[in-house]
Design a protein around this ligand. Structure first.
Ligand code: PGA
Ligand code: ZN
Length: 428
């Protein structure tokens, strides 16, 4: 089915900043909408998110240049193309851009169209979006793996200034038999955590990803609070619910040292690995993302060697969903897992390549939202189609987060016995 029109426009994300949305129509009348998310603790190796830098509008964050690139440059080339030719469409946009980091057209412009094409093709073929995505991956459509959700219930770092140095403290319901149950467990723990914070006189305001953001006095305090909340909700920590961390440590790294400001101490890579080692012995932490900084390959390799047999060592800023960096990581034995964010690399086809490469090394992949999100729940279908078995999509409030959980529950109910809950550790 051929593409009839592509119209881009500027909308707002969950932080109230502009982002790119696309309405794509096919010749058969099919019409879809897609919108791209945006990060705050972005990695320096991410593809370029094109912003206007015009201080007269939205404090320089407007995306009218990216919108114009879609409407004036990309759309005329794609109209008339077969929407099911995803690889060709994405390649056409990469060629039109011609740069390594998508700095000419913008990764936000390219990704909006790339996702819209996937949605339109699925709708036109009368297939569920997740099933069409499974086909793009070459995965079976007889059975689908539902992801275990990592839910970020305590926010710090760049997402909640005044909170912990470390960015994300997540609950990870490894024992849940279904996504419907996993969502319920996580929501109950989230509310119990809120009650606990209230009782202790802490604020119950939430950060960018919907997790609480209390002013605590150490980076370990959130771990104790989470354990209490798990128990208060009636779940067994370490069996039903584990803990996952995203320190996002590139944000507090400078000149070879990790600056834990709230504790008044600076640690080197080895001391950070030692800290994580102690924590993983003391708490049921099974996954650590960006435990070290985006250029600290040696630190990552040390961490993988020290605790990688027991803990998922995940790279976010380290890999930026980029096959070249993932390949380097595999060669250096620097991790065993990759966080997957479509807008870090900027097209669906390259994201699929990144996942396949990581999986070829036996690594796990976690499909992720960004801290600036929209109502578009594409990643819910994407993770089911990809079958990677884990998703990270924020806390249990704020509609831009909950939209993904809601879509996952609807997919699971629709699939019935064709849905299988992922187990952890998950290997394809
Ligand atoms: P970001 O944060 O979307 O602000 O980059 C998410 C993360 O670091 O995983
Ligand atoms: Zn991260």
């Amino acid at each position: 089915m051929t593409i009839k029109s592509i119209n881009a426009q500027e909308i707002l994300d969950s932080r109230g900043n502009p982002t790119v949305a696309v309405v794509l129509r096919l010749a058969d009348g099919t019409e879809v909408f897609s919108a791209v998310p945006s990060g705050a603790s972005t990695g320096i190796y991410e593809a370029l998110e094109l912003r206007d830098e015009d201080n007269g509008r939205y404090l320089g964050k407007g995306v009218l240049k990216a919108v114009a690139n879609i409407n004036d440059v990309i759309a005329p080339k794609l109209v008339g193309m077969d929407v099911t030719k995803q690889a060709e469409i994405d390649q056409m946009m990469l060629d039109l851009d011609g740069t390594k980091g998508k700095s000419k057209l913008g990764a936000n412009a390219i990704l909006a169209i790339s996702m819209a094409c996937v949605k339109a093709a699925a709708l036109s073929k009368k297939m569920p979006l997740y099933a069409y995505i499974a086909e793009l991956f070459g995965n079976s459509t007889e059975e689908f793996t539902m992801p275990i959700p990592m839910s970020n219930v305590l926010n710090g770092g760049k997402h909640a200034l005044g909170g912990a140095d470390m960015q994300e403290f997540m609950i990870f319901p490894v024992g849940a038999p279904s996504i419907v149950e996993a969502v319920r467990w996580n929501a109950e723990i989230f509310h119990n955590l809120g009650k606990l914070l209230k009782k202790r006189g802490f604020q119950q305001t939430v950060g960018d990803e919907g997790g609480y953001a209390p002013k605590l006095d150490s980076n370990e305090a959130p771990l104790d609070l989470i354990l209490e909340a798990i128990a208060a909700a009636g779940y067994k920590a370490g069996e039903q619910i584990c803990i996952a961390l995203d320190p996002a440590s590139s944000e507090f790294y400078a000149d070879g040292l990790y600056d834990l400001k709230m504790e008044g101490r600076k640690l080197n890579s080895q001391e950070m690995v030692e800290l994580y080692k102690v924590w993983t012995q003391k708490y049921p932490i099974v996954s650590i993302e960006d435990g070290l900084s985006q250029d600290d390959w040696d630190g990552f390799a040390m961490m993988e060697k020290e605790i990688g047999s027991k803990v998922q060592i995940m790279g976010d800023d380290l890999f930026v969903t980029n096959p070249e960096r993932i390949q380097t990581g595999i060669e250096k034995n620097a991790a065993n897992s990759v966080l997957i964010k479509l807008n870090q690399i900027g097209s669906v086809s390259e994201t699929i390549a990144a996942i396949k490469l990581a999986q070829s090394a036996g690594w796990t992949c976690i499909v992720s939202h960004r801290s600036g999100e929209t109502e578009d729940a594409f990643i819910a279908d994407f993770v089911v189609g990809a079958g990677t078995g884990q998703i990270k999509t924020g806390s249990m409030c704020r509609s831009e987060r909950v939209a993904k959980y809601n879509r996952l529950m609807m997919i699971e109910r629709e699939l019935g016995s064709k849905a299988k809950m992922a187990s952890f550790p998950y290997k394809r």
